[in-house]
Design a binder for this molecule. Structure first.
Ligand SMILES: [Zn+2]
Ligand SMILES: [Zn+2]
Length: 137
């Protein structure tokens, strides 16, 4: 990663996402990989997903999977298409919620009601399973 990005600005870490493999958070300037998926991948998949996210980080957030993004990604060694098989459209979710048990919820729009509880933990509203939201971009 330090070959392509200023590592005094960008950091790397693992997250607990299960729906997507990698993410690039422009607000926190942080690239994360899913610890669940990374544990099952080989080094090649991990490297490809990192290169995919690094290319996002080298451009402005608005680029998404533009042609400039793809050209840049290819130039640093990424061989996939606009989405690596390890990555899904959920990468561009604006909000992520996490319940106390660690379940992930992704939203493309600002949640209307932020006092929601995790549907995996409880089928009815349960304040003990309240979701904590964070804005991703
Ligand atoms: Zn992407
Ligand atoms: Zn839950």
């Amino acid at each position: 990663m330090d070959r392509h990005l200023d590592i005094t600005v960008w950091s790397f870490g693992f997250d607990t996402a299960k729906l997507r493999g990698g993410a690039c958070n422009f607000t926190q300037r942080r690239i994360t990989l899913s610890r669940y998926l990374a544990a099952r991948w080989d080094m090649y998949d991990i490297e490809q997903t990192l290169l995919h996210e690094i290319a996002h980080a080298m451009l402005d957030p608005g680029h998404n999977h533009s042609r400039e993004w793809l050209a840049l990604a290819r130039s640093i060694g990424y061989v996939g298409g606009t989405t690596h098989r390890a990555e899904t459209a959920t990468e561009f979710a604006r909000w992520r919620g996490v319940c106390p048990a660690g379940h992930d919820v992704l939203r493309y729009r600002t949640p209307k009601n932020t006092r929601v509880s995790c549907s995996k933990c409880s089928s009815r509203f349960d304040p003990r399973a309240l979701i904590r939201w964070e804005q991703l971009r």
